[in-house]
Write a protein that binds this ligand. Structure first.
Ligand code: FAD
Length: 305
């Protein structure tokens, strides 16, 4: 299988999320090349062939010309898969490329499966297997689904391309800053999350104390956020943040699919629950069968010592 990764460039440097493309390539195996509209002074750490369009002439975003560049690279590489991030760039560009190639497009891929790709459906309650019916498929990757183990490395072998396509008649106006988040859970290496089973808002500080004793951040399931116990920017899951920390501690969280969608790619998962058969046990590396608050207090005490 041959894969063409469509790297992204933001404000003068390769996007951090590019490493998810590399994570996908590592998981998929086979040959792999990349394509980027960027500058030679800031190439992504990638040890393969990289088709480069000059950002000075193509601009940070111009769907017509950027799609043309990807198509040129695809013509040279004849890939089976053309892979974008599930970002504003990927959302806009992937269907343009798929349409031109008459290729199947699979959006928000969360995993690889036998002969196809896994995506979420029914608001994240279920997973489905999608098998493209065309030889070439265009994918976008759901954020957090393909973490790269280790640091990206390598210097690409650059081949410059100059797309001849015309502009799509859109002008790139610039970026608007998002509302500042109190916390970016996607970057946390340790997350301790509170579920409904903690019982009441007064118990939230004890969960936060455990997170802090582990040098981590506190997350939460949706009912805890909906109850107003924890701020929405700490919600983990399909409608919250997608995370992949080294350690995820789920405190009294049942493991509904919408929650699992957000944290199942964590490296090591500890679940504390009174119910040994709670669905979280399917993804947990360690299942602690205990009453959550006494356990959390004892563990925090021990860590502080
Ligand atoms: C469209 C949609 C989007 C959604 N998005 C999200 C999302 O982004 N994130 C999310 O989390 N949910 C989301 N949900 C909600 C999701 O379906 C579940 O309802 C939710 O994840 C359940 O949260 P919970 O595990 O904290 O609570 P519960 O399911 O009520 O589980 C509580 C758990 O605590 C355990 N427990 C109880 N008491 C104790 C105790 N004393 N000690 C130890 N364990 C105990 C119980 O055994 C149980 O397993 C979404 C739902 C929909 C429909």
């Amino acid at each position: 299988m041959k894969t063409l990764l469509v790297f992204e460039y933001r404000r003068g440097k390769p996007a951090e999320a590019n490493q998810e493309l590399l994570g996908f390539a590592a998981a998929a195996g086979g040959e792999c090349a990349g394509v980027l509209v960027g500058a030679e002074s800031g190439l992504p750490a990638f040890g393969g062939k990289l088709y480069l369009g000059d950002i000075a002439s193509l601009g940070e975003y111009d769907p017509g010309r950027h799609a043309e560049l990807v198509l040129q690279a695809a013509q040279k590489e004849s890939p089976d898969l053309i892979v974008f991030l599930q970002s504003s760039y990927g959302w806009d560009l992937a269907p343009r490329v798929a349409g031109r190639l008459k290729a199947a497009q699979v959006s928000a891929v969360t995993g690889l499966a036998e002969g196809g790709f896994e995506t979420a459906c029914c608001n994240g309650k279920m997973r489905r297997l999608v098998k493209p019916a065309t030889k070439v498929a265009v994918l976008t990757l759901q954020e957090g689904s393909f973490p790269l183990s280790g640091t990206p490395s390598g210097t690409p072998a650059v081949e410059k391309l100059a797309p001849s396509g015309s502009s799509a008649g859109l002008e790139f106006a610039g970026y608007e800053e998002p509302e500042k988040k109190e916390v970016d859970l996607a970057k946390a290496e340790v997350i301790v999350s509170a579920g409904r089973g903690i019982g009441k808002k007064d118990n939230v500080p004890a969960i936060a104390a455990l997170a802090s004793a582990l040098n981590g951040e506190m997350g939460a399931s949706r009912p805890v956020v909906d109850a107003g116990w924890v701020d929405h920017n700490r919600q983990v899951g399909a409608t919250g943040q997608i995370v992949s920390p080294k350690l995820y501690v789920a405190c009294a969280i049942s493991g509904a699919i919408q929650h699992l969608t957000g944290m199942r790619n964590s490296e090591f998962i500890v679940a504390v629950n009174t119910d040994k058969d709670a669905p979280i046990s399917e993804v947990a590396d360690v299942m602690v069968i205990a009453d959550v608050m006494p356990f959390v207090a004892a563990l925090t005490d021990k860590l502080k010592k």
